[in-house]
Design a protein. Structure first.
Ligand SMILES: [Zn+2]
Length: 188
């Protein structure tokens, strides 16, 4: 297994960008204005008080790009957690390539957004377990408030993720495609 160093996290981020052909953007990208408008449309700016505050705390993937609230390999958040977030976001990218309705559903339908988040969190839990860092369903679902999921959606998500954590993650199994890609890359 490769050590989780800043250089390896950067290389892993580059690997995912190449494999899924979706670039990582930050606040300096011209696309950021499109993203800001979408966040307002989703009402997410109100959750954190402003769009810029939201962007400083959270990551999101729409269309063919991944917005990260941190620089891969940087010091803002622990490196293992960065790997987890990368796997989460590229699970969204992979789903968008398979499901052409993703974009509209993710933006406008909280219940669909919930479904897509559950999938991405499953992948994130799997890779973090492999790296010896557990992401509990409770902590994961806590983050979904920032993505505008209703209390009812979050309780559905919690139930599904608890089941998945017990029966798949804790047993060291892996079922999510991007988590497997990550496992193979880090094991190499
Ligand atoms: Zn997500």
């Amino acid at each position: 297994m490769k050590p989780i160093t800043a250089a390896n996290v950067r290389a892993f981020a580059a690997h995912l960008q190449g494999k899924y052909k979706a670039p990582i953007i930050d606040q300096s990208s011209p696309l950021i204005h499109v993203l800001e408008a979408l966040l307002e449309l989703m009402g997410l700016d109100a959750i954190e008080g402003s769009v810029s505050k939201w962007l400083s705390k959270w990551s999101i993937s729409l269309r063919r790009f991944v917005y990260l609230c941190f620089v891969p390999g940087g010091r803002k958040i622990p490196l293992a957690l960065q790997v987890g977030i990368l796997v989460h976001e590229y699970t969204h990218i992979r789903r968008q390539k398979k499901d052409r309705r993703f974009f509209v559903r993710y933006i406008f339908r909280s219940s669909f957004r919930c479904k897509y988040e559950v999938e991405a969190i499953k992948a994130q839990m799997e890779i973090l377990h492999l790296l010896g860092r557990e992401l509990t369903p409770e902590v994961a679902v806590g983050t979904l408030k920032a993505y505008g999921l209703t209390r009812a959606d979050r309780s559905v998500a919690l139930k599904q993720l608890r089941y998945y954590h017990t029966h798949i993650v804790e047993r060291g199994r892996m079922a999510q495609a991007v988590a497997k890609v990550a496992r193979d890359w880090w094991a190499d």
